[in-house]
Design a protein around this ligand. Structure first.
Ligand code: 4AD
Ligand code: MG
Length: 480
């Protein structure tokens, strides 16, 4: 008999029919009731064991974590909380799980902290919380491709190993082809760790933007969606050393078009999970409500998760220039102390996350797109405004997250770009190919980068970025 996914079984009308399922035991109560999950849904199917006719050696192996194959009759459930259940006729143990060993892991049936779960990242996907998060993540990622495909964008794969530092921030992991058996030596016979990618210095990409720009100049509208790496030793709940970034790049598009694209895109993907992940979002929402009960009123989420997502998809983001934002911040009393930890004294200062969060969470109470930043705090490739001191940059700031998106209209004028590179000490020879885009048919163009994990954080309501990527790479989580 063909096996049915549990998500389908749960939707089936319980006319008496034979059915078979496979999955992992989540619970086994009273030697009779198995809660089985196969990952297709947050919900388990209950299988009722006919223990008189089930051999003892099978009963002994129905442990939490074991993989089972169950054949039986699907019928209306007498128990509360489920419509259907399976009266098991035949149970096969596909993979055992020793109950004493299970007790030492996070599979054991008690509440484990998220920190504890992180230590066993290879098992945590078998918990309800991580099953839900990872299904939402997968759906979001599908929605990303669907959005761009529906809107005439081409998916391009930009290099992971690259010679360029797109952001000019120097936060790169170097790549070496260090051969243990035959290491390169310097003149003193010491091992030379600098021997790099076939003689060229390379690093893991921090952003696919510059390469994506070259493709936008031929295909018109492109996007990348791939892993990016930042060697920042920051231990925050918003930073990873390896994260996934979505980077659209559009020819003949200015900053206003770029802001429209970012807003439309984010609303689309959030709406997609609202309509395709209701069970998982309901679970995550309830989890947050329980968590909030232990918190003081002021720290609780202002809205339940799904309501929050709906609010975002139905309301306009607020667009504010950097200069306006600075005025607001200078005149604000953010907390009891009535001041920020880092005071904004003058125009030109970079905003800290406390300022960004104040603007979205307290002042505007909605996502904010800040634009026209001072040139000196932004990257070299951004389009200089006519005022000569601001650039056509934009950051999309989200409540509870801070910066979700960073992007800009790009400097399309060759001479201005060359001048800027000189100022930023960027060697023209390093980026000769990038400058070619400005030599041959240059045009107004724009793009942005959205940190995928920050989007998943927002969509799931989780609070630590390590909990929305299967295997977090941070200074503390380097195994796997
Ligand atoms: O603002 P960033 O550094 O912008 C760029 O890299 C541009 N080249 C993008 C472009 O215009 N194509 O990074 C973009 C986004 C940030 O807004 C943030 O969401 C995310 O990437 N991000 C990180 N996410 C997790 N961990 C980190 N260490 C991150 N650094 C940036
Ligand atoms: Mg940024």
């Amino acid at each position: 008999m063909k096996n049915t996914k549990i998500v389908e079984v749960l939707k089936t009308d319980p006319v008496l029919q034979e059915i078979s399922v496979q999955g992992w035991v989540r619970a086994f109560r009273s030697n009779r009731f198995i809660a089985l999950n196969d990952g297709s849904t947050i919900n388990n199917i209950q299988a009722v064991v006919d223990f008189e006719n089930t051999p003892q050696e099978i009963l002994d192996e129905i442990n939490i974590g074991a993989a089972l194959h169950i054949t039986g009759t699907l019928k209306e459930s007498e128990g509360k909380g489920q419509k259907v259940e399976i009266a098991a006729k035949e149970i096969t143990i596909l993979g055992k799980a020793n109950s004493d060993d299970v007790k030492k892991t996070i599979l054991s049936p008690k509440r484990h902290s998220l920190e504890k779960l992180r230590e066993q990242a290879h098992l945590r996907v078998r918990t309800n919380t991580f099953g839900a998060i990872m299904r939402v993540r997968a759906k979001l990622s599908f929605a990303v491709h669907q959005y761009f495909n529906e809107n005439g964008f081409y998916y391009v794969n930009t290099p992971i190993i690259t010679g360029s530092d797109a952001e000019g921030a120097g936060e790169m992991f170097r790549v070496t082809n260090f051969d243990l058996n035959n290491p390169a030596k310097d003149e003193n016979g010491k091992v030379n760790f600098k021997e790099d990618f076939f003689g060229k210095e390379t690093n893991l990409t921090v952003s696919g933007q510059l390469e994506a720009e070259t493709y936008a100049m031929g295909l018109g509208q492109v996007y990348t969606f791939g892993p990016t790496f930042r060697a920042e030793n920051s231990n925050t709940s918003r930073h990873l050393a390896e994260f996934w970034m979505i980077e659209p790049e559009v020819a003949f598009c200015d900053l206003d078009g770029n802001m429209d694209l970012a807003e439309d895109f984010i609303k689309y993907v959030l709406n997609y999970v609202l309509t395709h992940c209701d069970d998982d979002l309901a679970f995550l929402e309830n989890r947050l409500i329980q968590e909030d009960k232990a918190k003081p009123e002021k720290d609780r989420a202002p809205m339940p998760l799904r309501e929050k997502l709906k609010f975002i998809t139905e309301n306009n983001f607020k667009r504010v220039s950097y200069t306006e934002a600075i005025e607001i911040l200078k005149n604000s009393k953010p907390n009891k102390k009535k001041k920020f930890d880092y005071l904004i004294e003058e125009w030109g200062a970079d905003l800290q996350s406390e300022h960004e969060r104040y603007l979205v969470e307290k002042h505007f109470k909605c996502p904010v797109i800040l634009f026209d930043y001072p040139a000196q705090i932004k990257a070299f490739y951004m389009r200089l405004n006519e005022d000569g001191k601001t650039v056509r940059a934009m950051d999309v700031l989200f409540p509870g997250i801070g910066e979700m998106v960073g992007g800009s209209q790009r400097e399309e004028r060759l001479e201005v770009l060359q001048e800027k590179m000189k100022e930023f000490n960027i060697d023209e020879e390093e980026l000769w190919w990038y400058l070619d885009t400005r030599r041959f048919g240059s045009c107004v163009h724009s793009g942005f980068g959205l940190g995928f994990e920050r989007l998943v954080l927002f969509a799931t309501g989780m609070s630590n970025i390590r909990d929305v990527i299967p295997f977090p790479r941070t200074p503390q989580n380097a195994e796997f």
